[in-house]
Ligand binder design. Structure first.
Ligand SMILES: Nc1nc2c(ncn2[C@@H]2O[C@H](COP(=O)(O)OP(=O)(O)OP(=O)(O)O)[C@@H](O)[C@H]2O)c(=O)[nH]1
Ligand SMILES: [Zn+2]
Length: 211
């Protein structure tokens, strides 16, 4: 895996949903293997008891979702997951990697085409396959490069997706712990979450389910 380096670090003040104010250290990088503009946010100065500090640092690999993250779409759980991650990491200390992997890596237009297919009855993975894409083709090499550039080779990962943990481990990042994200279930996103649990091997405590 080629090394990446930190290109810029800039401070961005944030006001969280609960009113806590914090300052994110936003990092850009040179040398990321896919040439995309991925970001890392260093978080952790919201008032927190020393006991809340996570060691090793808590890290979230968040895949871009314009519809969920920006528009607040309820087709998925990305928006609440992003808010949860920023809030938790601001208290425990750690990093949020904002990965430009819109639509599980297939891009925004293709994701919207996949949504149109889902509206005819396919689930989220079947729709990707019907369009000629992998069900989930995300590669987390850039995330490992970013963590190394930040000096992090041992982390706790905030995710319900075992593939993120497995890939980082294969890429030489030591995973001390997988920390589950919350279950942000609504009537609207229930089919999406059910498919992630049943077909995507995500560890989700779906009501009445096996996971
Ligand atoms: N192709 C496709 N991508 C989707 C769909 N719904 C959400 N996404 C994308 O899926 C990505 C988020 O992946 P998820 O499977 O929800 O969750 P995850 O990141 O793998 O797992 P967690 O770490 O537990 O959140 C984002 O890039 C979204 O844009 C969909 O129906 N089709
Ligand atoms: Zn989403």
């Amino acid at each position: 895996m080629p090394a990446a380096t930190v290109r810029t670090q800039v401070l961005v003040p944030l006001r969280l949903a609960d009113g806590c104010t914090t300052t994110a250290r936003v990092f850009t990088f040179d040398g990321l293997v896919d040439g995309r503009e991925h970001l890392a946010l260093g978080l952790g100065d919201c008032a927190a008891a020393v006991a809340d500090r996570h060691d090793p640092p808590l890290v979230r690999l968040h895949s871009e979702c314009l519809t969920g993250d920006v528009l607040g779409s309820e087709r998925c759980d990305c928006g609440p997951q992003l808010a949860e991650a920023v809030g938790r990491i601001s208290r425990t200390g750690g990093f949020l990697l904002y990965l430009r992997q819109e639509g599980r890596g297939i891009g925004l237009y293709a994701k919207l085409e996949a949504y149109a297919l889902q509206d005819t009855g396919l689930d989220t993975y079947e729709a990707n396959l019907a369009l000629g894409y992998a069900a989930d083709g995300r590669d987390y090499t850039v995330a490992a490069q970013m963590l190394r550039a930040l000096g992090l080779d041992r982390v706790a990962v905030l995710t319900n997706n075992p593939d993120k943990v497995a890939q980082l481990d294969r890429l030489g990042i030591e995973i001390a712990e997988r920390v589950p994200t919350g279950l942000h279930l609504t009537a609207t996103n229930a089919p999406y979450l059910a498919a992630k649990a049943a077909r995507g091997a995500h560890v989700l405590a779906m009501p009445g389910g096996r996971h």
